[in-house]
Design a protein around this ligand. Sequence first.
Ligand code: C5P
Length: 240
Amino acid sequence: MHSQASSTKQKPIIVALDYPSIEQAMKMANQLDPSKCRVKVGKELFTRSGPAIIESLSAKGFDVFLDLKFHDIPNTVAKAVRAAAEQGVWMVNVHASGGRKMMECAANELAKVVDNRTLLIAVTVLTSMQRSDLVEIGLDVDPQEHVRRLAELTQKSGLDGVVCSAQEVAMLRKIVSSDFALVTPGIRLEGDSSDDQQRIMTPGSALALGSSYLVIGRPITKAASPMAALLAIENDIAQA
Ligand code: C5P
């Protein structure tokens, strides 16, 4: 595990590079300052570009969150996480519902990587899932209760944090340690378009409640000036 405290305060913003090609992703990255933000590479971009996108972003000085949400048998997930660490990614994730053995195996594998600096976090319940969706897959539980249970399991399994909704941060901060990272998407400034996000929160409020990192896509990537949008977000954080 790594200490989150200092780096979080300095650079809490992770810009989601949700693009279908390396060219488009790098065009956006070239407008951003790696001393002001980190970046997230998801399934579409990685499936199209492969490790080249990680190399290009790292060469520019960006910390890369590889958001591939691994979920498989323990050995397979552990090897995938190791591959990410060996490519120098800053953060990688798995599905907590893969269970304790899968998460422990992944964390142990990372610990074996020489000078490992990669953070390993887990997704709890996908925010696209409602109670009825959980019931359909045999989980007759309140989604919030399930988030709580999976976050506890993630911490016990030795991981560095979870992805969660900003609405869950206050509840989770009461049960996880202060250096356990809470990574929150669904962030918007007052007056921003909410796009397809159902429940949103401002950057300043999310951090004040105990969020560690903010995943922000369209408010920055669709802005006329992405760096100006990033500075407006930093302003909101400074005022909170
Ligand atoms: O553009 P926007 O700020 O909505 O992008 C948010 C990013 O966070 C996207 O990459 C999206 O896939 C991701 N995400 C999310 N909600 C989750 C988990 C991830 O919006 N629960």
